[in-house]
Structure formats: structure tokens, C-alpha cells
Design a protein around this ligand. Structure first.
Ligand SMILES: Nc1ncnc2c1ncn2[C@@H]1O[C@H](COP(=O)(O)OP(=O)(O)OP(=O)(O)O)[C@@H](O)[C@H]1O
Ligand SMILES: [Mg+2]
Length: 282
């Protein structure tokens, strides 16, 4: 099996009004990784992600999925969407059934599973998203965060190899944000590849294995979070900001409060640990 779940070569896409939203986008997306897609508003993140599930078709360039060039006939697209799930930024666009149970069972029912298998998939997806208590509720009365969780349960029930999230935590409160990021970690541990578009550099720094940076319809840099956020030139030339944790750590190093040779912490607990160790060594 190819190391990459997706490879794109020189993708170009123009919207009907002439906006050139993708302008030569080439990238390789490794299997089983947690990938954050960063970039300014209008950089082309959503446009790019919609290409990965064949909702948009490039005017030039190609997309390789699981080692084979993506085709746009009905059977190929059904195959693609059974393996790659897409969670829309706005759950209102995604949810269309009257009740939560109907909503989450729709995907597995279309896979031609037995009633028992469908039921098991729905039960598991609701359990994973901690939404079992909502199963009989009408979808349109749910709160925004609850709708978001159900839109994720929708996709989990299909059991895809990869899930694409367009800003999964935008407009969620801190509790729901944590819940969703924990859930994404769990899903990834089970071998599901995850790509998430986000504006939250702090979360991306802590969470991602790889960061892709988009600008003007192309990927201008890909690499591990430490490398991306220590690249001053890149940060100055994009809308990126250094994560707060890294900013404070660097400032303490620069002023001699922490040793120069320490690798930067990826989360608050690691940072506290470094501070404790440093205090003990004094
Ligand atoms: N339906 C559309 N018709 C015309 N232009 C569009 C359409 N959708 C997006 N665009 C344009 O394409 C470019 C890329 O937009 P896209 O939504 O992909 O950016 P994004 O990186 O997802 O931004 P954001 O962070 O704001 O979600 C922008 O210039 C945008 O105005
Ligand atoms: Mg977008």
C-alpha cells in the first residue's frame, strides 16, 4: 500500500466568477497521521479539502488517492466517500434527517450493511462522541456544539480510513473543543488519518504530527510543528502566529531563564515539567 493516502500534483481550480482559488497545489498526505492545514482566510483551504472528496474537480492537475488517479464517475466517487469522510465547518449544511438516530444511521445504511450492523455502528458512533443521550432528539433542536458532535458521529458511523475536518472547533466552547480534540486523537489511534483545517495555531502546534501551510492557493510549506513554527521567515510571510507556548518558552530561553539546549514543549504539561526540572537543577 502506498505510504500516502493522497498525493496531488499541480492542482488548479477557478470558481465560476473567475477567482483562481487553487494555483498549482502539490502535496503528499501521509497515511495514519494527524495533519493540520493552516492559512489565512481565503488562502484556499476549504477549496482544497473539497477536492479531496471530489465535490470540486480541478481544472488542471491530478489527485492520486491510495496510489490511483481519482476518477469522477459515480462508482469511483461512492468508493472515495466510503473511505474518506468530510465534516463540514457548518453542521447545518451536513445534517438533514429529522432525528439524531436517523441522521447517524443514514451513512451505514447506504453501505448495504445488515440492520444489526447498522445499529451497532450507530451505537458506537454515538458512544464515541458522547451523544447517546441525544439519540431520540430532533436534530434541529440541538445546540450548535451538539450538532457538531452529531455531524462527527455521522462520519464515524461510515468507518472511513480518513476524516477531513474543516475547522472542527470554530465557535465551540473550550469544553467542546477539548472533547473534539480528544476524540480526534482516539480516532487517529485506531488508524484513521485526519486532516483538519484550522486557524488555531496553539491547538495545531500541540495536536498535529504535520502542518501544511497554505497561501494563495498553494501549499507553501509542510513539516513537523516545531519546524514550521520556528521558521521566522515563514511566519512573517504568512498570517501565522507563533503558538503562545513556544513564544513564552523562546523568550525565557533568550533571557537565560531556561537552558538553550532544551527542546521546546508541545503542551502545557510538558512546559510545567521543564520549569520544575529547571528549578530543581538550580
Ligand atoms: N463559491 C465561490 N465562488 C467564488 N469564489 C469563491 C467561492 N468559494 C470560495 N471562493 C474564493 O476562493 C478563495 C479561497 O476560498 P476558501 O473558502 O477555499 O478559503 P479558506 O482558506 O477556506 O478561507 P477561510 O479560512 O476563510 O475558511 C477565496 O478568494 C474565496 O473568496
Ligand atoms: Mg474555509
Amino acid at each position: 500500500m502506498s505510504r500516502y493516502i493522497f498525493e496531488t500534483q499541480d492542482l488548479h481550480f477557478d470558481y465560476p466568477d473567475g477567482t483562481a482559488a487553487l494555483q498549482g497545489l502539490s502535496v503528499s498526505i501521509e497515511r495514519n497521521k494527524k495533519i493540520a492545514l493552516l492559512g489565512a482566510n481565503g488562502a484556499g483551504k476549504s477549496t482544497f479539502l473539497l477536492h479531496l472528496i471530489g465535490i470540486l474537480k480541478p481544472v488542471k492537475g491530478k489527485i492520486i488517492f491510495n496510489g490511483q488517479e481519482l476518477k469522477y464517475d459515480r462508482a469511483s466517487l461512492i468508493n472515495l466517500r466510503n473511505k474518506v469522510g468530510y465534516v463540514f465547518q457548518d453542521p447545518e449544511i451536513q445534517l438533514f434527517s429529522a432525528s439524531v438516530w436517523q441522521e447517524v444511521s443514514f451513512g451505514p445504511m447506504n453501505l448495504g450493511l445488515t440492520n444489526e450492523d447498522v445499529e451497532n455502528r450507530v451505537i458506537r458512533a454515538l458512544k464515541d462522541t458522547d451523544t447517546t443521550c441525544l439519540k431520540d432528539r430532533p436534530t434541529h433542536f440541538l445546540s450548535y456544539g451538539q450538532k457538531k458532535l452529531i455531524s462527527i458521529a455521522d462520519i464515524l458511523a461510515i468507518n472511513p480510513d480518513m476524516i477531513i475536518f474543516d475547522e472542527p472547533t470554530a465557535s465551540l466552547d473550550p469544553k467542546y473543543t477539548h472533547r473534539i480534540l480528544d476524540l480526534l486523537n482516539d480516532i487517529n489511534q485506531r488508524g484513521v488519518s485526519i486532516v483538519m483545517a484550522t486557524h488555531d495555531v496553539d491547538k495545531a502546534y500541540e495536536w498535529a504530527d504535520t502542518i501544511l501551510v497554505m497561501k494563495d492557493g498553494g501549499i507553501i510549506k509542510a513539516g513537523p510543528p516545531e519546524e514550521i513554527f520556528n521558521n521566522e521567515h515563514l511566519i512573517q510571510n504568512t498570517s501565522l502566529e507563533k503558538p503562545l507556548l513556544l513564544k513564552i518558552f523562546k523568550e525565557l530561553q533568550l533571557n537565560g531563564y531556561l537552558p538553550q539546549n532544551r527542546t521546546a514543549p508541545r503542551n502545557v504539561n510538558q512546559f510545567i515539567e521543564i520549569l520544575h526540572q529547571n528549578a530543581l537543577n538550580k
